[in-house]
Design a protein around this ligand. Structure first.
Ligand code: NDP
Ligand code: PYC
Length: 341
């Protein structure tokens, strides 16, 4: 989990931050619709203290748009493939607008069939994954999503990087409680957190990555400069990362993490890959029971001594931001205002 940037903090209303991000993205090449979707996503990450994918990412969006690598005005093409299958060609644009375009059809199919799959390809995902799944749980559905990124992770037992940081996010409703959500890179750290540590001049814990010679390194800059990350949990995280490549790329028709070459687009940062989302309607088989069972599980975990659930830190940050405004550094806010012109 990334720490916020250092420096004096300011707090701004969520809607104000969202509007600022929207104007930046629109000014730098996104259509109004795409800018609105991405601004909501990025402001939500900042609000929840998900710093590796909050406003920290805005310069990357801007440089990528300027490089011509991504189409910020792409209109996704939705195909109704089968009773439980929706496919979207993001047409070289961002993944979140593709999800937004297909969402209604996906939910309709999940409610009819009990389960539905959304396969997005030709898409760029540069964000946290939980915003893609949490809203499904808010409406009583269970959702699982995977997305692959860019080659920077050495598979367990291999010699050179191949996989992306490949996160997995899951959300489920829980009676009388916010949805249970986890969202985790299958690498030992998110690439964004390595960049934040490098910027702050911090060392990393051992076991996160290797340098350009393949030697273990705790220097984030060495990992960024020709080195690589390792999967979390050795062969187990490596197997999950492999699964993400299969589901997010092979199944959707998107690129594997190593299949695109952005060298001719200096400034490009967004991986051009694919994303899979699986949505299940638990009410078809279990009625209201799933959410109650989910609550029973949480109670047993707490009784067993668990100090916090995944997602709980974010919910706490969110509640604080709703009371006091979204926190960012004065320097970050000034940088955003400059980008907004
Ligand atoms: P973390 O390791 O910070 O957290 C992973 C999950 O574990 C979160 O759900 C977190 O909840 C939970 N958690 C953390 N600590 C505890 C604890 N002590 N007890 C219980 N639960 C805990 O996330 P990562 O660094 O792996 O990933 C960061 C972000 O980067 C993710 O949002 C991910 O989607 C994104 N990412 C995006 C990529 C892309 O291609 N688009 C690629 C790779 C990563 P909580 O959130 O409440 O802390
Ligand atoms: O933090 O690993 C990461 C990441 C890759 C693409 C977007 N975020």
């Amino acid at each position: 989990m990334s720490a916020p940037s250092t420096g004096p903090l300011v707090r701004v209303a969520f809607t104000e931050l969202q509007a600022l991000l929207q104007s930046i993205l629109h000014r730098h090449g996104c259509s109004a619709e795409v800018a609105a979707v991405l601004a909501h996503n990025c402001a939500s990450a900042q609000r929840d203290g998900a710093h590796s994918h909050g406003v920290f990412r805005i310069p990357g969006y801007v440089s990528t748009l300027a490089s011509g690598w991504v189409d910020g005005k792409a209109v996704p093409q939705v195909s109704d493939v089968a009773s439980g299958y929706v496919r979207v060609d993001a047409r070289g644009g961002f993944a979140q607008p593709a999800l937004a375009a297909a969402r209604e059809l996906l939910v309709q199919k999940a409610r009819q069939a009990g389960i539905a799959v959304l396969a997005i390809h030709n898409s760029h995902h540069f964000a946290a994954l939980w915003p893609d799944v949490e809203p499904f749980a808010d409406e009583g559905l269970v959702a699982l999503s995977v997305v692959n990124s860019m080659t920077c992770v050495v598979p367990h037992g291999a010699r050179k990087p191949l996989f992306g940081t490949n996160p997995i996010a899951f959300a489920a409703p829980c009676a009388g409680h916010a949805p249970i959500v986890f969202d985790m890179a299958t690498s030992a750290m998110a690439h964004g957190d390595v960049q934040i540590a490098a910027r702050a001049g911090q060392r990393l814990p051992e076991g996160m990555g290797v340098d350009a010679q393949g030697q273990p390194s705790s220097d984030p800059q060495a990992i960024l400069d020709g080195g690589a990350l390792l999967p979390f949990g050795g062969h187990k995280g490596s197997a999950l990362s492999m699964m993400v490549e299969l589901l997010a790329a092979a199944l959707t028709g998107g690129n594997f993490s190593w299949e695109f070459d952005w060298a001719s687009h200096p400034g490009a940062k967004t991986p051009w890959t694919g994303q899979l989302i699986i949505v299940i309607d638990p009410s078809l088989a279990e009625g209201e029971r799933f959410a109650l069972r989910s609550r029973a599980l949480v109670e047993q975990m707490l009784a067993a001594g668990l100090s916090r659930l995944p997602g709980e830190r974010r919910y706490r940050e969110r509640a604080l931001a709703e009371r006091e405004g979204v926190a960012l550094t004065a320097q970050e806010l000034a940088g955003l205002k400059a980008l907004a012109g």
